[in-house]
Design a protein around this ligand. Sequence first.
Ligand code: 13P
Ligand code: SF4
Length: 366
Amino acid sequence: MGMSFVALDRLVKGGQVTEAEAPRVAELWDEIRRLKRDKRAFVPAHNYQVPEVQAVADLVGDSFELAVKARDLPPDQARMVVFCGVRFMAEGCHTLAPERPVYLPRLDALCSLAEVDADDVAERQDFLRAAGRQFATMTYVNTYAEVKALSDSCCTSSNAAKIADRLGVPDILFVPDQNLAYQVALKTKRTYLPPPEPHKFHPREYAEMIEPLVREGEKQGLRGNVFAWEGACHVHHQMSVGDIASIRRQDPETTVIVHGEVRPELQRAADQVMSTSQMAKYVDAHPEKTRYAILTECGLVVRLELDHPEKQFYKPCRLCQYMKATDLESVYRTLRDEPPEQRITVPDEVRGAAARAMTRMIELAS
Ligand code: 13P
Ligand code: SF4
């Protein structure tokens, strides 16, 4: 992790900024830095943000690192936060430190995974209780506060298996990413129970589908089950195992790293399954590896190319339009105007329980 400072001439050379845009980028960087100082504003950015935004951020990280910082940032160090990422991240930041205003530069910076109805989660919990299962609900941070509030602990792609190990119950209801649920099952020796079709949960049919799998897992001596929710990230779920196969055919020495949100068959075909910051640290820690195929959002790969011009990165990555919604102009305007409609808050009645689930994640992960 750490602040990734990127020089403007490198961005122009790399094609991230055109010659014509460069003077405006330089001007916005100066203005943003001045406003951050004058207003004592903290600007975190997710690893997927465009490099010119990462360059002016106070911290660049994965969802877990950004959540820890939101909790630990001393009040006198920052009067406000302008969050360069997507809405659930800004919401998490407010959840953990509600006194400090948090602004999101673009209100259309959402996340396809996070759209889960809390009533549906409560229904699934009722189903598992009625079936006599001893379970904990784990919620990926890519959710909104109402859903986090229903869970025993949150997790991110960097710590999901560790948290599942430490919750002390055999069964896990894992919301909402079905692919990360698979990774948790694999790493913690539980049976992976595939989700029902989206919006088609019928208790009896679902029970009939999972029961033989549960029995099979018991026979194999697995320690419990992971009940996967029917969510997936539209960016990672699109990636296919053919992307990996063709790169391996072309260059068998390439190191293939995938995010935990890709489908199970891609996780099995990869050399490593990691969070975004774990990927960056892995590349830093392996100077001897020179060629990579990294299957995640392209922002991370662009950043790695800038950090490691000596290495070669194949590009089976995809763009997340939500992460790409934020640009320097919107960061600048938000810092300057503090528009009230861009301030992200969580209703008091859910904030406490959501904060408990996020805090439990931070404790269990360390
Ligand atoms: P990380 O926690 O790995 O940064 O992932 C966040 C995300 O949105 C992945 O698509
Ligand atoms: Fe959400 Fe997927 Fe975009 Fe990450 S890449 S923010 S999980 S839609």
